[in-house]
Design a binder for this molecule. Structure first.
Ligand SMILES: [Zn+2]
Length: 311
């Protein structure tokens, strides 16, 4: 079976390291559909989508993981989101990752379309990157890092190495039709309990060797080679264990109901004036461009609902 959109996790026998390769093709192209972003933004969104899936590598439960970059230059906002649904053996459902992304660009500082590989920091201006993990059950977690490196991968690497104290390598690459990435990470001690690492200095040496090997990877290889071939080419001297790959697809979580609850946040007077002018309220999903329409009757029903929930 050839799968074009997947995450392949891998481990090294007896060592507290984990890794994953993510490949996005259909899901990447579908995420960009209808948006007409400049090439540099397509590339950044591809990197963000890939990173948002890679960063969920350690999660064992259902969760939503998002990467949000706020900037003050050509890019105002970049957001990529991965919703992870773990496998359910009882229902015989495999694990699934659903991704979506959006960018908001500045009207004042239009981007030159020819520049494909623009510096991340230059695109963002003084910006911030927020990494948010929202488990289906349990506490939300958020980490913030400055968007002050030449690439998104370097920002994320800095975040994991410094804030999280988790030595991590990120390599992200995109073409017009593919986004791909690899992550290599030393596991925190509580995650590596089951691994009996007797010799930490040997472990450190192996880690450094793996990082050096992974650093030889080119964008072209990452984008074009199969995950098996990539792992073999890079690490054939080290026994690599693979988990079954998980599928990734583009899927937006918007709905009439969710849009309605966003509508409830708007001032009723404003809603009334739009209704008087247009007879309906039209809301487009920023991620997938789905259009939701609310007539006066719909709004009145929503008004009732919100009164009930206020008790
Ligand atoms: Zn949507």
């Amino acid at each position: 079976m050839s799968n074009t959109d997947l995450i392949q996790r891998f481990y090294f026998a007896g060592q507290p390291f984990r890794g994953a390769i993510v490949k996005l093709q259909n899901s990447f192209v579908e995420s960009l559909n209808g948006h007409n972003y400049p090439i540099a933004i397509n590339a950044l969104l591809g990197e963000s989508l890939t990173a948002s899936v890679l960063m969920g590598i350690h999660l064992k439960h259902n969760a939503r993981l998002s990467l949000q970059a706020r900037g003050d230059d050509a890019v105002k906002l970049l957001m990529a989101e991965a919703v992870i649904q773990q496998a359910n053996d009882e229902l015989d459902e495999p694990a699934k990752h659903k991704i979506r992304a959006v960018a908001r660009l500045s009207d004042q500082q239009p981007l030159a379309d020819k520049a494909c590989q623009q510096d991340f920091q230059d695109l963002m201006g003084p910006g911030q990157l927020a990494i948010t993990i929202e488990p289906e059950e349990g506490e939300r977690y958020q980490g913030i890092v400055a968007a002050d490196q030449a690439t998104l991968a370097e920002c994320l690497q800095g975040y994991f190495n410094q804030s999280e104290q988790l030595p991590t390598l990120f390599h992200l690459a995109t073409s017009d039709t593919t986004a791909a990435g690899i992550l290599l990470q030393r596991m925190p001690h509580d995650d590596g309990d089951q691994i009996d690492v007797t010799d930490t200095s040997t472990s450190q040496n192996i880690w450094e060797e793996l990082i050096a090997l992974a650093s030889t990877l080119t964008n072209k290889e990452l984008l074009e080679e199969s995950t098996e071939k990539l792992l073999f080419n890079l690490f054939h001297e080290h026994p690599v264990k693979l988990s079954p790959p998980d599928d990734i697809q583009f899927e937006c979580s918007c709905s009439q109901q969710r849009t309605a609850s966003a509508l409830m946040q708007i001032n009723p007077l404003e809603i009334e004036s739009i209704l008087e002018a247009d007879n309906e309220i039209v809301m487009d999903c920023e991620f997938c461009s789905a259009r939701y329409r609310f007539g006066r009757q719909d709004i009145e029903k929503l008004g009732l609902l919100s009164d009930q929930t206020r008790h």
